[in-house]
Every structure is written in structure tokens, then in C-alpha cells.
Design a binder for this molecule. Sequence first.
Ligand code: NAG
Ligand code: NAG
Ligand code: NAG
Ligand code: NAG
Ligand code: NAG
Ligand code: NAG
Length: 628
Amino acid sequence: MARLSSFFLLASYVSVALSVSVTDIQGITYQSPLNGQTVHNLTGLVTAKASNGFYIAGLADNKDAGGKKKKVKVDVRASNGLFVYSTSAPVLASVNVGDAISLSGHVTEFRPASTPNNLFMTELEYPANITVLSSNNTVTPIILGKDRSPPTQLLSSLDVGRDAHLSVPNNRTRIEEVNPTLQPDKYGMDFWESLEGQLVTIPNPTATSFQSSYSEFWVYGDWKVTGKNSRGGLSITFGRDGKPDGNPEAIFIGAPLDKTKNPKTAVGMGFADITGVVVYQYGFFYVLPLTAPQVISTPDPTIPAVSFKTNPNDACAVTFGDYNVENMAPTSKHIPSVAAHIGNLLKTPDIMFIQEIQDNSGTKNDGTVDANVTLTTLINAIAAVSNVTYQYASVNPVDGQDGGVPGGNIRTAYLYNPDKLSLVGNAPAGGSLDPVQVTGSFLRPQLNFNPARIDPLNPAWDSSRKPLVAHWQTKKGQDLFTVNVHLASKGGSSSTQGDARPPVNSPIEARTAQVTAVAGFVKAVLAKNPLANIIVAGDFNEYIQTRSVYAPITSLLADIDEVAKIPEVERYSYVFDQNSQQLDHVLISKALQHRKVNFEHIHVNNWSPTLAARISDHDPSVGQVRLC
Ligand SMILES: *[C@@H]1O[C@H](CO)[C@@H](O)[C@H](O)[C@H]1NC(C)=O
Ligand SMILES: *[C@@H]1O[C@H](CO)[C@@H](O)[C@H](O)[C@H]1NC(C)=O
Ligand SMILES: *[C@@H]1O[C@H](CO)[C@@H](O)[C@H](O)[C@H]1NC(C)=O
Ligand SMILES: *[C@@H]1O[C@H](CO)[C@@H](O)[C@H](O)[C@H]1NC(C)=O
Ligand SMILES: *[C@@H]1O[C@H](CO)[C@@H](O)[C@H](O)[C@H]1NC(C)=O
Ligand SMILES: *[C@@H]1O[C@H](CO)[C@@H](O)[C@H](O)[C@H]1NC(C)=O
């Protein structure tokens, strides 16, 4: 840097033609090697205009810059695009797309002070001396998937650890401080950074998300992708090297440059080719399209129901469903829809593991903790669409202590079909603060309270739902232990394409401690009966690929998706950013693994044709195990 500065100092005294190109400005690292410098006589072809500036492609080594014959070996690490920032109307009026221009300006790394976890974007500020050298040159975008293709697995070279971007400890380094040399063939963020400011075409795009609240959405184009599921979304999976695959081959589509409005999207929707410029903003790499993308296909709206159902004549087989019903209060408008899902698509499993039941007063913060009205309303709605009248089992939280929406006192609860199962009746229901204990004799584990919560005073559960344990029996006396979990949510995590590496996964320490507490209960049951029937299910708020969180329990229980051999790409219950991902899991004990197991994800929400029509942010699932 010192050498460069003195060079420029010299240049300002001595009248030599300083030839700086766009690629010189972008360099081969995140930060521009010319950051803070004023450059003169920069040449470029105007590729796109915005309301706050315009984009240029370097002429010198740009084969697309009409007329220029000069062949230079292209270093793909250095972007040949640049955003020229200006809100001056005369400046904006002085250039047109297709103009070859020369200009001077100030090289800046821009990031809003309010978002210190974003990456910087390299820009040219204070453009001056803009001279149009020629007009109406052909502007040729880089065709992604043909000229350049994104890597498909890893995000950043700084994501060190066994679980790549999901590794612990996280938040160890910052990209903009380390300023690594770009490896665009290997790391997705480096790939998009190496195209910063360039005009690109995304051929044949497919959406992997609903639109965001700012009408942005994620796509991949006609290039190699990994994790593609049957809907067309991209699931988080493990790569061939055993590390998590975070799908950096998808790109966020931002607001169109011409101020037209993006369409509303859904996972699997297809579009005509999108052409736009690559930028970094709001924590992610984006393509800002020149104009609003055109929808050309929408996925099949049919949601298949579960293919198996409870068999009243088979006392051994128990069906169960798992559903985060997203902030359900007695007055919630979505109760009939959730009931229809449970009745018609899940086919009224014998037990439902439900999460996010609010107290009787909903979000009114009035000290109410009972949820009998909420649960009864849901039960009545299910009875109206099926012949099943469930009973419920639940333990109230202490007011305001279990996190979630203020005043809601969300909790987990069971609905169960009394024709099939009952709570083992020789223990009273636990209170909010009564820790469950495993009692009973060898091969006959019992609970001190039923249902009951696990270790409610353990600080791991501060501001989080305590898991709900229950001990069930069938009419023939077969028994089953269940744990219904809703672990601490990912609120407070940083962008997966942010400055902190590995990204902040909040609060991963709490989730790991919570899984440890659940594992402690499971161990206590298995210590009494190694062949106990145990199901732990619910919203873990964590991917299975974050192995450190599941480590305390993986030797005790198996992931039912594995046991039932669900294809890895079809394991998802949630869509966030570009990813179809699994936050909701079912883990089962060895005794159950060795008998017949069925399991299906019912994608009624993530396959919703619109975001507005989605009933919950989570998909439910249905399983069937044999107790004997
Ligand atoms: C810019 O280019 C013009 C014309 O080629 C030349 O006269 C001038 O010296 C150059 N300025 C710098 C700072 O390089
Ligand atoms: C603009 O060009 C003039 C004439 O070549 C030169 O004197 C001046 O320094 C240039 N300004 C900038 C900001 O480059
Ligand atoms: C560029 O093309 C447009 C439309 O084809 C034409 O009106 C205009 O005169 C051309 N400009 C130049 C400088 O050739
Ligand atoms: C991440 O680390 C930075 C220091 O590099 C610190 O300021 C920030 O609070 C950390 N974020 C979290 C969520 O721990
Ligand atoms: C809810 O519980 C309260 C208090 O026990 C009781 O008065 C009320 O009838 C219950 N409501 C329903 C719908 O079960
Ligand atoms: C309820 O049971 C009746 C009588 O067995 C039967 O005709 C009807 O189809 C059932 N309805 C549903 C929704 O299962």
C-alpha cells in the first residue's frame, strides 16, 4: 500500500498518464488495493444504470467492450465490473448504456455504519471528467453457467472447522480484516465477489424461496447445483467430503434497476432469463435485475397426504405427527387450516407433537399461562374434519419465562387419541418447575410426574421452552416414552454471507446444552431399560449438519429420516434464505429402529403456491413405529 501511495503522489506531481483499469481497482481480494485512491482516465463501458449511479465494465481486458481488440489474459479473480456511485442528475444524464467512457473518481469500500457485519462493496465515488468516447457499443453480459459457474458447497475459506460454515466456535475471524485472496472456483462468496459490479445473465432461473418482505427472492440458474429436491428447492446436505453444503450457487434477486416490481415467488417457480448486475447489500450477494423477472412456470399445487395411517386393529403400531403450528392462540384464524392438515393430510396420527401453542389470552400479556382453551379449540376443529376427538397433555410454563412472542407463553403439547393410547396413570402431572425423574425398577422405567418437563431450572432453558416428557401405554400394555422439544430459536444469528466467519449461529451454546439435557433424560430411561421405546421429536431449530449440537444424543438415538431412508435432499421442514432446511426432527431409540418404521414429510407449507397462503412457517411430518 505504501508503494502505491507514493506512486500516486508522484503521479499527481508528474504529468504521466496513469492507466488504471477496473480490474486493478477490484483486485483479487475482498478489499480494493486502490481503496482511498483517486484514479484518473479510467475507461469503461456503461452496462447498466441505477437511480444512484451506474455500472461499468473495464474496456482494457473486456472482450465484450465493442471495438477493442486488445487480448489480455483474464484473471477471473479480479472483477471487471464496477459501480460508479452518483445521485447527481447531470452525471446520470451524461451516460447511456453502451457508452464507452473515461472518467476519474475516488475508490471507496462502502458499507453502511449501521450494518457492521456486512461486507464492503467496492465503488467509485465522486465521478468526474466523464467523457463519452463512443456510443451504442454492444453490452454483453457474462452468461452464468456458461462463461462462469458458481461453486456449490462451501461459502468462505475462513469457515474453518469440521462443519464448515456451521462449525463451532463461530465468529472467529472477519473477512474484511483477513481480506483473503479470492478462490472463486472453491468458495461461493469468493465467486460472487469476483463478479462484483458485473453484468450477468442467469439462464433459466428457478426460485428457491418465497419473496422476502422487500420482494427479493433466491434463484439458481442453468448450472450445476447440489441439494436439489423434488420441488426444485436446494436442501442443506452433506457434501461428498462430509462437510455441510450451504448452497452458495444460489443468488438473491433484488429490486429491479428500472423500478418495476418483482413478482411474488414460491419454491420451484421458473422464470425467463434474468440479466442484472452483481452487488453486495443487506448482508448478501445479489443480482439486481435490469427489469422485473417474468414468471414462466409455477409448481404443481397438489399436496399429497401421508401414504400410511393408523391401524386401529394393530395394537403394536403407533402413528405420530409433528407440527410447529406457529403461534396458535384460541382466536387464531389458521386453526381450521391446521386442523384440516392434521385431519386430511396427516390422517389424524395417534399422537401429535405440537409446538407453539399460546396461552388462552394469546399475546395479551395478562399473566395467563393456561392453554386449555387454545388446545380445546384446536381439538374441536380437528374433530370437525375427522372422527377423532383428541385429548391433550401439556404443562404450563412460568409466565414469561419460556421465550417466544411476548405474552404468548408458547409451549409444546401433545394431542393423543384416547382410543389408542393413554398416559400411564400412576404419576401426577408435573408442575412448571417439577423436574422429571426416571423411577421404577429394572426393565420397568416409570416417571415421577407424567407429563413433566425436563430439568426446568437448568439455565440452558432460560427464555426457552422446556421439553415435555410423557409416558404412554396402549390398551395391550405396550409403553412408549416421548419428548416434545422446541429448542432456542436462531434469533441473533448473523448472515451466512456476512463478515463474521464462521457465521454467528445464535445461541448454539444454549441449543447444545439443551440437547445435552434431553440426552440426560434419554440416558436415564435407557439405563433402566436399554430396549425402551423412545421418540424425541419437535422443533430443534438446528440442522442435523450442525453436528456439534446433536453430538450429545447421536449415540443414543437415531434420526428417523436415516432409518426410513428418506433421500437426503428431501429432508426439510423450513425454507430460509436460499435453503430448504430441516429444523424439525424425530429421533428414535434402538428398540424402535429395529422394527418397521415409516416416515414422511408433508410439505404443505413450503410447497404453498404463495407466501400468503402458507399456514405455518414449518412443514409437519408423520411417522409410524412399532412398540412390539
Ligand atoms: C488522461 O488522458 C488524457 C488524454 O489522453 C491525458 O492528456 C492526461 O494526461 C491523462 N491524465 C492522467 C491523470 O493520466
Ligand atoms: C479533469 O480533467 C482536467 C483536465 O484534464 C484536469 O485538470 C482535472 O484534474 C481532472 N479532474 C479530475 C477530478 O480528474
Ligand atoms: C445510437 O443508436 C440510436 C438508436 O439506434 C440512435 O438514435 C443514436 O443516434 C445512436 N447514437 C450514436 C452516437 O451513434
Ligand atoms: C462476534 O465477534 C465480534 C468481534 O469480532 C463481536 O463484536 C461480536 O459481538 C460477536 N458477535 C456475537 C454474536 O458473538
Ligand atoms: C379452561 O380451564 C378453566 C379453568 O380450569 C375452566 O374454567 C374452563 O372451562 C376451561 N375451558 C376449556 C375450554 O376447557
Ligand atoms: C366418520 O365415521 C363415519 C362412520 O363410521 C364414516 O362414515 C365417515 O366417513 C367418517 N368420517 C371421516 C372424516 O373419517
